[in-house]
Design a protein. Sequence first.
Length: 484
Amino acid sequence: MIEKLGFNFENTYASLPEIMATKISPTTVKKPELVILNQTLANSLGLDFSKVSDNQSAEILSGNKLIKGSIPLAQAYCGHQFGSFVMLGDGRAILLGEHLDSKKQRWDIQLKGSGKTPYSRGGDGRAALSPMLREYIISEAIHFMNIPTTRSLAVVKTGEDVLRETLQQGAVLTRIASSHLRVGTFQYIASKQDITTLKTLVNYSIERHYPELFQAQNKAIALFNSVMKRQIKLIVNWMRVSFIHGVMNTDNMSISGESIDYGPCAFMDHYDAKTVFSSIDHYGRYAFGSQPIIGQWNLARFLESLFPLLDRNEKKAEKIANVLIKKYENLFAEEYHQMMKNKLGMISDEDQDKNMMSDLFKMMHKNQADYNNTFRYLINGKFPQGKLLNDPDFIIWEAQWKKRLSKNQNSEDAYQLMMKHNPVFIPRNHKVEQALAAADKGDMSKFLSLYEVITKPYVENADLEEYAKPAPASDRVYKTYCGT
Ligand code: AMP
Ligand code: MG
């Protein structure tokens, strides 16, 4: 029956040098039960779950039954977690293999919450239902906002309890990624001082994500530059939609440029660059406005792991590294500026643009204005709540902004640009929590309604107004948890 689903597996990761992974099967679970299956994603991968029963799907998506051709493994990696270097690896995830879709695109199929591995470090190897559904909805929301991300194919309950702060229902998430190569994967090989494997990893990464670099004179440098560009784009995109990743450890930074490892992430309502939701981020290391600098810090760690390949001469390698990482600042500033121009419908380049942007942020901060709704207001003139509109400075700013837009050649283009870059609907924190609380009691209706909303983030819909509003004041203090 599994053959009918359409999986077409290869296992290139399994054939990499042995130190990179441990071959291990998922631990079977007691009573797998399908909670949600992403049919649209399945179809786009060329998979057809309608040919098997929900029970059979659950057997496969829990890891109880292995897909034909799968060589399951846990990947080894290291990482800087909140600045400290640690040995990690997939402690509760197992890569089943790489599925090739009809266009021969390669997708990692990974189960998260699939049991202990040699990298579990005292953890139980399991995941709870609520955090897995959280990853499901947030990763899909990020996808529909046109931001690169891993995706979520399914969540299956295991029929077993997991002990966190309280007893919770166990679950397994099926994650789809263009790969699970992390900055931490490179750090791991570098820590072994295994230059041959490091070269293999560079080649492998280029083959999977940057085939255009094969001819590069120095592949490590070329790879670094490309990863840096994709990471800059990614972080700028997060900031465009007010997303806070929450745990930007180097093991949670993907070489592909996809958002990965959704833990205590959340979207910011009212604008404050210092916003932190994560219960474990005591010093605000991963606050909204710190994401750009952390991106550079992580990339510096990536560069360090590539050090032996930059130049044989250590001094020269150091010089090269310094020049490469310094480029981040201008590249980021340019990308960010362009993103803000898009949000504000600015097409031509005018001297006043930068000041207009920073003035707006100051007023948003002072008035605790909702980030996404402020930009949507500039498009549609509707502002669900808040005092920004009564701020005399904002009234002047808005008049200036309108004058500024008249410098664009075509006002319709500005409107289209703003519509494309400013979401109406983000997964609002209180809506996510309500959906998860109901799902935990077996009622998926709120989750499914929220899912519908996040699939069309840029389309105005008067019937869904309540999803566009920030949390009421009573719900404002928001903490998110890793749920590990
Ligand atoms: P994360 O914060 O999800 O990126 O995970 C950080 C590290 O902790 C990774 O190596 C995970 O595999 C590991 N980890 C997280 N939760 C568990 C768990 N319940 N059991 C074992 N390992 C875990
Ligand atoms: Mg992680």
